[in-house]
Write a protein that binds this ligand. Structure first.
Ligand code: 4NP
Length: 152
């Protein structure tokens, strides 16, 4: 069976994209179909390379029983474009950076997470606001919609 390979992308890979990665991993486990997916996350920048998930993001996930330990930030590469089926980012700036890194999106693999909801746009960025609850809500809505789109 071929797995659907999903790479979530944000600027630093310490807040939004790991929250989406670990939310989605938990969701496919709960739905009993973890074996059908390969899920990871990466950054468009090298700013946070090697760093663990940002503590407030980790705490927000832990409130919901989801453990993000072990994850460290890495920058995406052009090779990820061939390796993954979907590259799902958090905002328009991520999308421009992904297109630059990959030299475009000839196979139409690049999406924004909230494209999978009835309110497309950017996932709330907690970096300057500290509002990790708003990010949680967006991640939950986006990943739920993404899961439905892949399984219905
Ligand atoms: P993330 O958050 O892209 O959701 O992981 C950020 C992390 C780091 C920075 C900005 C946003 N930064 O400027 O280093």
């Amino acid at each position: 069976m071929t797995k659907t390979k999903i790479l979530f992308i944000c600027l630093g890979n310490i807040c939004r994209s790991p929250m989406a990665e670990f939310y989605m991993k938990d969701l496919v486990c709960r739905e009993g179909c973890a074996d059908r997916f390969e899920i990871a996350s990466a950054a468009t920048s090298d700013e946070e390379r090697g760093n663990p998930v940002y503590p407030p993001a980790r705490r927000k996930m832990a409130e919901h029983g989801i453990d993000c330990s072990g994850k460290t930030a890495r920058r995406m590469t052009k090779a990820d474009y061939d390796d993954y089926d979907l590259l799902i980012c958090m905002d328009h700036s991520n999308l421009r950076n992904m297109e630059r890194i990959c030299g475009g999106d000839p196979e139409g693999k690049m999406k924004m997470l909230l494209d999978y909801t009835d309110r497309p746009g950017s996932v709330a960025d907690p970096w300057y606001t500290g509002d990790f609850e708003a990010t949680w809500r967006d991640v939950e809505a986006g990943c739920t919609g993404l899961f439905r789109s892949l399984t219905e």
